[in-house]
Design a binder for this molecule. Structure first.
Ligand code: ATP
Ligand code: ZN
Length: 307
C-alpha cells in the first residue's frame, strides 16, 4: 500500500484528459468510473497477455462473481486487517412500516442504510479469497495452481484515477510446501518484468505492505515489508515521480493454510502465494506510456488489441 499521491498538476491533467476523451466516464463517485468500449478493449488485451504469461503452467481456471460469501470473509481474517476497505451487502428485509420509515429517511437525506439486514454476501475484496477453502485437505505432490479473475471492491475513494473502488483483479494462486511456493513466487518476478517490458512499460520492483488497519496494523505492515512478503511492480500512471503498483507478488506463509486446513503432500501446513494484476491499472499505465491515442501505440500492441 502506498499513500495516495496528492492530486498534483500531472495527475489532474491525465485524469481530466481520460474523461475528456471519454475513455473513462464520471459517475459522481470518486473511484467509480464508466469505461468506453475502447478502454475495456484495452483491459481485455491486458487480460489476454496476463493469461498468456501464465498459460505454460497449465493452471486450473476458476471464475467467481463480484460478491463472495460473508462467512468466508469472516473466516479469512479480512475484517481484522482491513475493516476500512470492506464492502458488505445489506438488503431490505422489513415490514411495510419499516418500508415507510426507509422512504422517509431517503426523502430527508438521512442514512437509510441503518435498517437494512445483513445478507450472506459481501463484495469480493480480492480475486483469490474464494480459492482457499477449495484447497482444504491434502494437496497433490506438486501442490495446486489456480488462475482466477474477478471484479473487486475496496472502499478507498480517491481522486487518484488509478485508485478505484471497483476494479478487476487477475491472480495466480499457488499452494504447496514452503520451498515450492517460494521458488514459484521467485520465478514469477522475472516473468512480471518481462510481461511489463513486452507492453513497453518501464517498471521497478519494490518491497511493499498491505494497508493494514490501525496501530497494530502499522506494525504488521512494517514486518511484512521487512520480510519481503509483498513485492510490487511499479509503473508510472500519475507521472514518474510517484509510480503506482500495477502487479504484486504476495507470500502468505502458512496464514491461509492454517485458516483453511490446507496441507502439503508431506503433511505440513501448506504455504500459499498469489501473484496479482490490477487490470485497469495496467491499462492506465499503457495509456500513460504510449499516449491516449491508441492508433499511435506500438504496432505489436495495436495488433494484439486488434485496433
Ligand atoms: P496499493 O498498494 O495500490 O494500495 P494493494 O497493495 O492494496 O495496492 P494488492 O492487494 O496487492 O494491492 O492488489 C493487487 C493489485 O490490484 C495491485 O497491484 C493493483 O494493481 C490492483 N489494485 C489494488 N487496489 C486497487 C485499487 N484501489 N484500484 C485499482 N487497482 C487496484
Ligand atoms: Zn491474492
Amino acid at each position: 500500500m502506498r499513500p495516495t499521491p496528492s492530486a498534483d498538476a500531472a495527475t489532474v491533467t491525465f485524469r481530466e484528459e481520460l474523461f475528456r476523451r471519454g475513455l473513462l466516464v464520471e459517475t459522481g463517485v470518486p473511484g467509480v468510473y464508466g469505461r468506453s468500449g475502447e478502454f475495456d478493449d484495452t483491459v481485455a488485451l491486458v487480460e489476454r497477455l496476463v493469461m498468456a504469461a501464465g498459460a505454460a503452467d497449465r493452471p486450473e481456471v476458476l471464475r467467481f462473481p463480484p460478491v463472495t460469501s460473508r462467512a468466508l470473509i469472516e473466516r479469512s481474517g479480512y475484517l481484522g486487517s482491513f475493516p476500512h476497505l470492506a464492502g458488505v451487502v445489506r438488503c431490505f428485509d422489513g415490514s411495510e412500516r419499516d418500508h415507510r420509515a426507509l422512504l422517509r429517511a431517503v426523502e430527508s437525506r438521512e442514512d437509510w442504510g441503518v435498517g437494512l439486514a445483513a445478507t450472506a454476501v459481501v463484495l469480493a475484496p480480492a480475486a483469490c479469497y474464494p480459492v482457499y477453502p477449495l484447497l482444504a485437505g491434502t494437496l497433490p505432490p506438486d501442490g495446486r495452481l489456480v488462475d482466477v479473475m474477478s471484479c473487486c471492491f475496496r472502499h478507498e475513494p480517491s481522486d487518484d484515477v488509478a485508485r478505484l473502488q471497483s476494479f478487476r483483479m487477475y491472480e495466480y494462486v499457488r499452494a504447496a510446501d514452503a520451498q515450492t511456493v517460494l521458488a514459484w513466487r521467485e520465478s514469477w518476478l522475472a516473468r512480471l518484468v518481462h510481461l511489463a517490458h513486452g507492453m513497453g512499460l518501464d517498471v521497478r520492483i519494490e518491497a511493499a505492505s498491505d494497508p493494514f488497519f490501525g496501530r497494530t496494523g502499522a506494525l504488521l505492515a512494517d514486518s511484512q515489508r521487512g520480510q519481503g512478503l509483498k513485492l510490487e511492480v511499479l509503473a508510472a500512471i500519475n507521472g514518474e515521480h510517484a509510480p503506482t503498483a500495477i502487479m504484486s507478488a504476495n507470500y502468505h506463509q502458512d496464514h491461509f493454510g492454517e485458516l483453511f486446513g490446507i496441507r502439503a503432500h508431506d503433511g505440513s501446513v501448506a504455504h500459499t502465494s498469489c501473484v496479482a494484476f490490477g487490470l485497469e491499472r495496467i491499462a492506465l499505465a499503457l495509456y500513460r506510456r504510449h499516449g491516449l491515442d491508441r492508433a499511435r501505440w506500438p504496432q505489436h500492441l495495436r495488433q494484439a488489441a486488434g485496433a
